[in-house]
Design a binder for this molecule. Structure first.
Ligand SMILES: Cc1ncc(COP(=O)(O)O)c(C=O)c1O
Length: 371
């Protein structure tokens, strides 16, 4: 993420002395992995979300994968999910030999449309995998009504809340968070799976560590597992980041409010939906939808020339070549998703962003769209 000083980057983590000291402590302790920071980070994270269990894992993807295994997804099963997401939320279904069945999204929230999801349920549907895209809570109450197991992709949604006050990831379904460097909380790479079931927690903890239960001998394994561990170095950074999370979330919300003001006059540019009905977004990215017919690639190139990083975010998963070839997906299947995906542009967005930088981005975008 190193860029020239006058270029406004897409994302920038907040890291300081607390993280440095935490890492040094671990280095000096000599216990770099499988040490005490792992359960400490898990306990602090679970407490923050008011959920019974949390398991630290090496990535959000690893969390989603183990979440699907925990609820018993098997080869041949169908898992209903959103085509408007980062590709990992569909890929994890394939890891288990199951089929990701896409359903269209709601044009306001950009999350799985509950009616479309309901229409996609068949006798083979084993689970629902909603994504809280861009940190906006998916309509879990509507999805829960089907009584099917749910695994939540909360990778972008730390800090979000449902209308009833429950934090996203705190409803008891396995819910995966991601800690890549652009996320609300970062450990470089990393993730956390939160869940309400002690049985799920035991299975996840074993499977992230090559299939070894905590009370088993060093090289004894009683099930298939993976190396999905998060190191003590990363957990120490995570603990320091948790301490400053409220401040970072408030800063993201402040930057989002500045963007709303600065972009208000840009005709045809659609902004992220406002919180409604009691749902609260945990701000992750600031993604606008360009007016229909705008050349996205040319817009990105022209913004770059003006010192502003941006990127198309996100492309529709079902139209990626791998998914097209494997399942024969074609344009037109999920029209809301395709329209949104074609026009979505992520603008620079990070807690330390100044009002001046927001204004510069807004002016650059206005200029580029007018010319
Ligand atoms: C919606 C969504 N799902 C899954 C992931 C995967 O997380 P990770 O990169 O930590 O594996 C991400 C991360 O970018 C994401 O944004």
């Amino acid at each position: 993420m190193s860029v020239a000083s006058d270029v406004i980057p897409l994302a920038q983590p907040v890291l300081g002395e607390a993280e440095e000291a935490a890492v040094l402590d671990v280095l000096r302790s000599g216990q770099l992995s499988l040490g005490p920071r792992v359960p400490a980070f898990e306990a602090a994270f679970a407490a923050r979300l008011g959920v019974s269990h949390a398991s630290a894992v090496s990535s959000g993807t690893a969390g989603l994968h183990l979440g699907l295994r925990a609820i018993g997804v098997e080869p041949g099963d169908e898992v209903i999910t959103s085509p408007f997401s980062f590709v990992a939320s569909a890929n994890v279904v394939l890891y288990e030999g199951a089929r990701p069945v896409f359903a269209d999204i709601d044009p306001r929230t950009l999350n799985l449309d509950p009616a479309a999801a309901a229409a996609a349920i068949t006798g083979r549907t084993r689970a629902l995998l909603p994504v809280h895209i861009f940190g906006y809570p998916a309509d879990l109450p509507a999805l829960e009504a089907h009584g099917l197991p749910i695994v939540e992709d909360a990778c972008e949604a730390l800090g979000a809340r449902h209308a009833d006050g429950t934090p996203v990831g705190g409803r008891g379904h396995p819910a995966a968070f991601g800690f890549y460097a652009n996320k609300q909380l970062t450990t470089g790479e990393g993730g956390m799976l939160t869940m309400g079931s002690a049985e799920h927690k035991a299975r996840v903890d074993s499977e992230r560590n090559q299939g070894r239960a905590p009370d088993m001998g060093w090289l004894d394994h009683d099930r298939l597992g993976f190396n999905y561990r998060l190191t003590d170095l990363q957990c120490a950074i995570g603990l320091a980041q948790l301490e400053r999370l409220d401040g970072m979330l408030a800063d993201r919300a402040r930057v989002a409010a500045s963007y709303r003001e600065a972009l208000a006059g840009l005709e045809g540019v659609e902004l992220p939906c406002e919180d409604a009905g009691g749902d609260v977004r945990g701000w992750f990215v600031f993604v606008v939808q360009l007016p229909r017919g705008t050349d996205g690639a040319a817009t990105i190139a022209a913004l770059r020339e003006r010192g502003v990083q941006s990127k198309p975010y996100l492309p529709a998963i079902h139209l990626m070549s791998f998914y097209r070839e494997r399942y024969g997906h074609r344009p037109g299947e999920f029209p809301v998703c395709e329209d949104v995906a074609e026009r979505s542009l992520a603008l620079p967005f990070f807690p330390a962003m100044t009002e001046g930088q927001v204004r510069r981005v807004a002016e650059a975008l206005g200029h580029v769209l007018r010319h």
